[in-house]
Design a protein around this ligand. Structure first.
Ligand SMILES: C=C(O[C@@H]1C=C(C(=O)O)C=C[C@H]1O)C(=O)O
Length: 384
């Protein structure tokens, strides 16, 4: 990042200063807090954002990209050149030893769709995959929590950052006064000078409180042919998309096993050297999104299947959250393990990649584990 405004602040001060409508991204490396809007660039693409930063002399733009820009214009790329930006060190270590924040209990909880119906959708997707209409599709479900009072992001952010040391913990304002809040392990892409990085995830298994069961699940995931194939679809697409932008690109041949607090994952770290300094982090994010991690392959067929099989619009879930600065550096994380807050309602989302060998009950359990990232931060154990 080229510049910051304002006096130095501690990460906890940035968190405590977070209010409705503000942006916050806390990573293992730094905390970025942005407030106000010098310019709102709704629907803008990377070129427009780069031009706006050049013209305004502002250090950076922040925001959220939707899963699919909606035809009615409600869910467009929501990018803002903020009035103030403050950065600090990582938030997670600064929260060590602090009490967890208390959150209100929901007055109602509704699964959208019912778990049974999600399993039927998985089975239908498996039939389409076996008929070779698709190679992979990611199906999600939602959980609506209704509260007696307005929900605010700050306490949820604090607990998410405390729970997920390696996560990208975020609150991103959305059009209409909504907020997307979550902690994702998945980096779509980052750029720092001519260095680029992507850290895709595909292939998951729920963690277990029992250490032996937990270790066994990790071992099984690492050895699973289905999950290796699911992961390969993803890394192939990312490598193919990034290669034309790069002088060099390093794609490890086999994925690594990553232990996140709620879920085991297969992950790969792809790194490269950018050939053209005019390509910003946001250009790269636009080129990559939507990856097979959250959509499927082929992209259009997977997107169409998602539209048919999921009974809700994803909005900004499975989109991306991040920043781009005037030099073109930035980082965009995939907006998963997240919830949209709108007044007294929170909608949590969780999805999983479906392959020809997928079992509906396992896929349901995987989404339940993914919901736990948010539920734990809310202090809720819904026995999912
Ligand atoms: C779609 C989600 O997660 C994605 C799907 C994964 C999988 O199917 O194994 C793994 C990580 C994410 O890329 C989600 O958490 O909602």
């Amino acid at each position: 990042m080229t510049a910051t405004h304002g006096r130095a602040a501690t990460p906890v001060e940035l968190l405590d200063g977070h209010g409705p409508g503000d942006f916050l991204l806390a990573t293992a490396e730094r905390t970025i807090a942005a407030a106000g809007a010098r310019r709102v660039l709704d629907g803008a693409e990377a070129d427009t954002v780069a031009a706006a930063l050049r013209e305004s002399g502002a250090p950076l733009a922040v925001g959220a990209l939707p899963f699919t820009p909606s035809a009615d214009g409600a869910d467009l790329a929501h990018l803002v050149v903020p009035e103030s930006v403050r950065t600090s060190g990582p938030l997670h270590p600064a929260l060590a030893g602090r009490e967890r924040r208390a959150l209100p209990e929901p007055v109602a909880t509704t699964a959208v769709p019912e778990p049974e119906r999600h399993m039927r959708a998985v089975e239908e997707a498996v039939r389409a995959l076996r008929a070779n209409r698709l190679r992979k599709v990611v199906l999600a479900r939602a959980l609506d929590l209704d509260f007696a009072e307005t929900v605010t992001g700050r306490s949820i952010l604090a607990n998410l950052a405390a729970d997920n040391p390696a996560g990208y913990t975020f609150a991103a304002p959305l059009p209409g006064g909504r907020t997307l809040v979550g902690s994702t392990p998945e980096l779509l892409v980052s750029r720092s000078g001519d260095r680029i990085r992507s850290h895709p995830h595909a292939g998951s298994a729920p963690r277990s409180a029992d250490p032996a069961t937990d270790a066994e699940r990790g071992r099984q995931l690492a050895a699973s042919v289905k999950d290796q194939a699911e992961h390969a679809v993803l890394t192939e697409m990312i490598a193919e998309t990034l290669r034309p932008f790069c002088r060099t690109l390093d794609v490890p041949a086999t994925p690594s096993l990553e232990a996140n607090p709620a879920v085991w994952h297969l992950t790969t770290t792809i790194t490269g050297e950018l050939a053209d300094p005019g390509i910003t982090a946001l250009h790269l994010a636009e080129a990559l999104h939507p990856t097979p991690a959250i959509c499927g392959t082929p992209t259009d067929a997977a997107r169409a299947a998602i539209g048919e099989l999921e009974p809700f619009d994803r909005g900004y879930y499975a989109g991306a959250v991040g920043w781009v600065d005037a030099a073109g550096d930035g980082e965009w994380a995939i907006a998963i393990r997240c919830a949209e807050i709108a007044g007294t309602r929170m909608r949590l989302y969780a999805g999983g990649g479906i392959m020809p060998g997928s079992e509906a009950a396992d896929e349901l359990a995987e989404t339940s584990a993914k919901f736990r990232v948010l539920l734990r931060a809310m202090g809720l154990d819904l026995g999912l």
